[in-house]
Design a protein around this ligand. Structure first.
Ligand SMILES: C[S@@+](CC[C@H](N)C(=O)[O-])C[C@H]1O[C@@H](n2cnc3c(N)ncnc32)[C@H](O)[C@@H]1O
Length: 199
């Protein structure tokens, strides 16, 4: 279902999302620091809005469920960056265990139907000591957010869930621990979360 809706959304996605999210993306990707020789996965790479902001020197892999989004991402690969684009499912990644140094999850954990599976998969493919950089919208434990919960049954089929509580996911990926958790916008619906995988 999401594959169909993102196929329809692909031509509109950049107009709807690019400008509003650019400062948040830059801030999240600034956490990458030195990347020379590293293997970095962007899970749910979408139309590639992160790609122009990636630092040089790493081997990047961008995975997405929707070929129409991947075709857009292909056009955004900067000339001097090594980016492989792969069709696949964030909840069942087609990569071996402990393969990547960093996994970037921008606007994907709150999109997939089973976010705990996507987080567990990120942890699996991450090397010990590796990091997950998350940018997404989450409710706080116990937060009522009646409108978001009311809209969720419709929106989750079309584009994104609006009821995901990050604190409910984390215990399901026990190798990961929180190193930073900061609001990305006032009010804190969108958050920057950095996780480390235990050595
Ligand atoms: C909200 S967009 C975010 C794209 C990009 N990360 C960004 O920051 O702009 C969500 C993306 O997740 C993709 N997607 C949805 N379900 C997926 C799944 N199970 N596995 C991988 N990608 C998925 C959609 O095709 C879409 O490109």
């Amino acid at each position: 279902m999401l594959k169909h809706s993102y196929t329809l959304l692909a031509p509109l996605y950049d107009r709807l999302v690019a400008r509003a999210t650019e400062p948040m993306r830059r801030r999240s990707l600034a956490r990458l620091g030195e990347v020379q020789g590293r293997r970095i996965l962007l899970t749910g790479v979408g139309s590639g809005l992160d790609l122009p902001h990636l630092p040089e020197g790493a081997h990047y892999t961008g995975l997405d469920l929707t070929p129409a989004m991947l075709r857009r991402a292909q056009r955004r690969v900067p000339l001097n960056r090594h980016v492989d684009l792969v069709e696949g499912n964030a909840m069942a990644l087609p990569f071996p265990d402990e393969h990547f140094d960093t996994v970037i999850m921008h606007l994907i954990l709150a999109v997939v139907p089973e976010p705990a599976d996507a987080l567990r998969e990120a942890a699996r493919v991450l090397k010990p000591g590796g990091r997950v950089l998350i940018l997404d919208k989450f409710l706080r434990p116990g937060q009522l957010a009646p409108l978001r919960r009311l809209l969720n049954p419709f929106l989750r089929r079309l584009a994104t869930r609006t009821d995901v509580v990050f604190e409910h996911l984390l215990p399901l990926a026990p190798s990961l621990r929180v190193m930073a958790d900061e609001p990305a916008v006032p009010g804190g619906w969108f958050r920057h979360i950095e996780l480390h995988k235990r050595l």
